[in-house]
Structure formats: C-alpha cells, structure tokens
Design a protein around this ligand. Structure first.
Ligand code: KIV
Length: 272
C-alpha cells in the first residue's frame, strides 16, 4: 500500500488505540533521516520510530548507549520534516531520563520542542514510573518498552530472549498493566516468548507492538536497515528481510566505480 498525497488522515495516539479495538494491526518502522522517513511515510507505515538504534545503524556503535539527546533531536527533526501521515515516536536516549523525573521531563520537552516529534519512548517498568508520570502530566504522550531493553545490555550481558522464567514474566505483565494504568498510549515488547506477549496484549487495552514477540500482539516494529537487508551481519530469527539492499547497493556502487575508471561514465548524453 502507498498513501497518495492528501489521501490520508494523520495517525494519532488515539487512532492507534482505536486500531487495536477494531482489530486492525499497526505497522511501525524506524527511520532516522529525511529521505528514508519520506519513503516510509509514503508507503503507509502507521508509526515511525526514531529509535536509539540510530546509535548502531547510523553511527556504528556496538550498543545504543553512546547516542546523545542532541543527536536524537537531530535525527528526529530530519524525520519530522518528511512525515505527513505517520505518528513520530522518539526514543529518550540512555542517560537522558534515568537520574530523576525532572531530568526525564526536561529531556522529553527538548525532544518535543526541538524536533517536533509527537511522542517519546522510554525503556523500563516500575523503576521509572514516576518519570513517566511526570512526562505524561506535561501532556507528552509516552510509549513504554519492556522485555529486552537494549539500554540495559550491560546488566543483562546478552541480547537473548527475555522473560522465559516465571518471575520475570510476571513482572513484565505487571509493568505493562502499570504503563496502561498511568496513561501510556502503547508499549513495545522486545524479544520475549510469543505466548507471553499475547497474554500481555490480551490483558491491556493500549496497543502492544512487538519485535521478536510473535504474531499475537497488536502490531510489529522492525529496524528499517535490517528489514531492507542493508546490514548482512545481523540475522536474528524474528527478522524478515524484504530486500537484500546490501548486495544490490554494493553491486550498483562497484559498477559506478568501474564505469568511472573505464571512462564509461559520463557518456555524451550525461554531460552539458
Ligand atoms: O531503537 C529501536 O530501534 C527500538 C526498536 C528495536 C523497538 O527501540
């Protein structure tokens, strides 16, 4: 599906909740720059996440920890300039909300004012409840993120599936219900068993968007570089690759380099 210009209604947090209650699945993808965001929006994706995965795929860091609030605002403002339909959700980066609720609010206000994003996303459950409440009280929509939370990678020590044990699964359900109760408009569940994710989605009325959480949830999110096959080093089981852009782009770029070397490019029609 692609959305013809003006043949759309802007997606809001309210429309996402309505989509869940109507049984309509929600599509979400990351984007970090103007050109990619324009393509994703035109293709009809409902939610664009300016994820802190920009730290990995845009900047080449091993984890999401190094990306700064200023860098997230730069990426988000480029995305917002391109988008006409999708809801733009922006990740609060590591170190911009964990200290205390006032810091969380200050960082969220900067994102909303300086990037024009529509909502923020934070990783964590009851540990950051007061911060989420503070942001919500300021009128800023919040999306939660539970399960594998990459900002805590040094605590987990691995990117493997979370909440396989009963204690962690129970905490995750409680956290998701708490996020709904305090007023979040949605929650991302990353890399948890499909049965647990479905149980969470069935137990709350706000949309649950999964990544590596099976098909029983209300929508799906992927990192755009992964689903377009731009990065051939990352192949978790949950990933479906829709293109192999790594090969396509390498082929096109080597052809260009060869054409320049052989003086094939530019030809007579490609000059003034
Ligand atoms: O940063 C990100 O891209 C994310 C998704 C993996 C959900 O948080």
């Amino acid at each position: 599906m692609s959305v013809a210009k003006k043949d759309y209604k802007r997606i809001t947090t309210k429309s996402l909740i309505e989509m869940k209650s109507n049984g309509e699945k929600i599509s979400m993808l990351t984007a970090y720059d103007y050109t990619m965001a324009k393509i994703v929006d035109t293709a009809g994706v409902d939610v664009i996440l300016v994820g802190d995965s920009a730290s990995n795929v845009m900047a080449g860091h091993e984890t999401t920890l190094p990306i700064t609030l200023d860098q997230m605002i730069y990426h988000a403002s480029s995305v917002v300039r391109a988008v006409e339909r999708a809801l733009v959700v922006v990740d609060l980066p590591f170190g911009s909300y964990q200290s205390d609720p006032k810091e969380a609010l200050r960082s969220s206000i900067r994102i909303m004012k300086e990037s024009g994003g529509h909502a923020v996303k934070l990783e964590g459950g009851k540990e950051i409840k007061e911060s989420i409440k503070k942001i919500l009280h300021a009128g800023i929509p919040v999306m939660g993120h539970l399960g594998l939370t990459p900002q805590s990678i040094y605590k987990f020590g691995t990117y493997s599936v979370r909440a396989k044990e009963e204690e962690e699964a129970e905490k995750l359900i409680e956290d998701a219900q708490m996020l709904e109760k305090i007023g979040c408009f949605g929650v991302v569940l990353e890399k948890i068993p499909a049965d647990l994710a479905k149980k969470v989605a069935d137990s709350i009325s706000i949309p649950v968007i999964g990544i590596g959480a099976g098909g029983g949830v209300d929508g799906q999110v992927l990192v755009i570089h992964d689903m377009l096959g731009m990065n051939n080093e990352f192949s978790p089981r949950f990933l479906r690759r829709y293109l192999n852009l790594y090969e396509e782009m390498t082929g096109a770029i080597s052809q260009y380099a060869a054409d320049v070397k052989s003086s094939d490019f530019p030809n007579e029609k490609e000059q003034y």
